[in-house]
Ligand binder design. Structure first.
Ligand code: FAD
Ligand code: SF4
Length: 461
């Protein structure tokens, strides 16, 4: 008999006041008893609507069934058949808009907590150290550029099919946004390392400090590889273009989060990268990046952190859980507000921000209601740190050094729909480099799809 409890089994979490002062993980994970209780809420529906909501098609009812039976390592293996980074997806996927949105239990009550169960199975499976699958070499070589979720999932899928895979990563640590963007308290870096180690154990070769376009161009790589995949992400920060953005104390969210997460400024002076955070910080934007920047600013000692967002609460694009956690931790929100100028003091540092109130007009091209400034509503917000989190564009170096690679006006690499082929023969692309800033699982889905297409191309060759 299924467990007909209407609500999800609650997730144990660190206390909001305590966690505002540390970088340890906020959500603590299910115990085995909680996981089995939650798994028993699944009805094992024959038509599996949840699976259709998952961009990589995880066999959700099957892995949940293993948890019901206490077969946790098997649950992990079932997930790994289609998802090479389950401990990460279980933590950061926007499940409420994907698998859980389609769950039948969500019609009357809350959906099954699929993400939490995926996290549980992955953590258990990794503890049990499931052996890597046997691989039959096929003698062909593929270069993967970028080691974010797109590159890693492409590399894992190709390796499983027997390809020798070299991943070229520009930074000194692999993982992309998973290591330089998403903070430790949401996604522990030891766990990302473990996931990457399991790819290495399969034979994926990851080369760091290799900026493609500098140490070698894409064309040069193609001379020694049978095919290539570009998963170089969207790491070029955007600014509003308002006066004062060059003042001291103004950061792009990318720089701010990279200093804190990748360079571990939160553990200064054990790690030598500093980051200056004042008492009153403002974060401009409303996505996951803005929530992460705000919650990091709080943990770095800011006494008052305000998210300034030009639309309303209903339009916030961040994951529901991150918004909830940010509120619990005391982050303030100023909705329908847009900065127009950042004001500096004589010392060259930020002292305030001029803002204007907004109202929502007719829907724009994105389908969301367009924010319009209310005349005469200007006001000044005293702040000493400003973090700009209004979006990122694709990294431009590879297109700049590959004349035949077609890009969109806004910088995204052009790919053929359905095949992810670029304009350069034998080269495929996916993830944020193609779509602009999106999600981990969409990037992973693209990496996997590209691996299928590369396999098709090279099997016919
Ligand atoms: P990336 O993760 O950006 O990886 C690209 C990699 O390519 C990087 O490591 C980069 O160094 C490398 N690279 C770039 N150029 C070169 C080059 N020339 N040579 C070699 N290497 C190169 N999504 C979610 O689903 N849930 C979340 O909660 C979430 N939170 C986020 C929080 C933050 C702060 C940010 C920034 C993003 C967040 N996202 C979230 C979005 C998600 O992380 C991205 O959509 C995803 O990481 C994109 O994967 P990718 O592999 O395409 O690119
Ligand atoms: Fe289980 Fe929900 Fe998927 Fe049905 S839709 S199989 S109840 S997780």
């Amino acid at each position: 008999m299924p467990n007909m409890q209407m609500q999800k089994t609650p997730m144990p979490e660190q206390d909001p006041i305590a966690r505002g002062h540390n970088f340890q993980e906020v959500a603590l994970g299910y115990t085995a008893e909680m996981a089995v209780n939650e798994a028993n809420r699944c009805l094992n529906c024959k038509n599996m609507p949840c699976v259709s909501g998952c961009p990589v098609g995880v066999k959700i009812p099957s892995f949940i069934d293993c948890i019901k039976k206490g077969e946790f390592a098997k649950a992990y293996s079932v997930i790994r058949e289609t998802n090479s980074l389950p401990a990460i997806c279980g933590r950061v996927c926007p499940q409420e808009n994907q698998c859980e949105k389609h769950c039948v239990r969500g019609i009357k009550g809350e959906s099954v907590a699929i993400g939490r169960l995926e996290r549980f199975a992955a953590d258990e499976g990794m503890r049990a150290q499931v052996a890597p699958p046997a691989i039959q070499e096929n003698g062909k070589r593929v270069a993967v550029i970028g080691s974010g979720p797109a590159g890693l999932s492409c590399a894992g899928a190709l390796r499983q099919k027997g390809y020798a895979v070299d991943v070229f990563e520009a930074l000194h640590t692999p993982g992309g946004v998973l290591v330089y963007g998403i903070p430790e308290f949401r996604l522990p870096k030891a766990l990302v390392e473990k996931e990457i180690d399991s790819l290495r154990a399969m034979g994926v070769n990851i080369l760091v400090n290799r900026v493609v376009g500098r140490f070698a161009t894409l064309d040069e790589l193609l001379a020694t590889y049978d095919a290539a995949f570009i998963g170089s992400g969207a790491g070029l920060p955007r600014f509003q273009g308002i006066p004062g953005e060059n003042l001291g104390g103004v950061y792009s969210a990318n720089e701010f989060l990279t200093r804190i997460n990748l360079m571990k400024a939160y553990d200064f002076p054990n790690h030598l990268t500093p980051v200056r955070v004042g008492k009153r910080a403002a974060v401009i934007g409303g996505g996951n990046v803005a929530m992460d920047a705000a919650r990091c600013a709080l943990r770095m000692g800011a006494e008052e952190v305000t998210i300034v967002y030009r639309r309303g609460e209903a339009e916030l694009p961040a994951r529901a859980e991150e918004i909830h956690h940010a509120k619990e931790e005391g982050i303030r929100f100023r909705f329908l507000t847009n900065p127009t100028e950042i004001l500096g003091g004589e010392d060259g540092y930020v002292r305030a921000m001029t803002c204007v109130e907004m109202e929502l007009g007719e829907p724009d091209a994105s389908g969301r209601r367009r924010p319009i400034a209310r005349p005469g509503s200007e006001f000044t917000l005293p702040v000493d740190t400003v973090i700009v989190a209004i979006g990122n564009s694709p990294n431009p170096l590879i297109p700049q050094t590959t004349p035949a690679l077609a890009t969109q006006k806004w910088g995204g690499i052009v790919v053929e729909e359905g095949s992810l082929k670029t304009s350069v023969p034998r080269v495929y692309a996916g993830g944020d480099a193609v779509t602009g800033a999106a999600t981990v699982i969409l990037a992973m889905g693209a990496g996997k799809e590209a691996a299928e297409e590369i396999d098709k191309l090279l099997s016919e060759a």
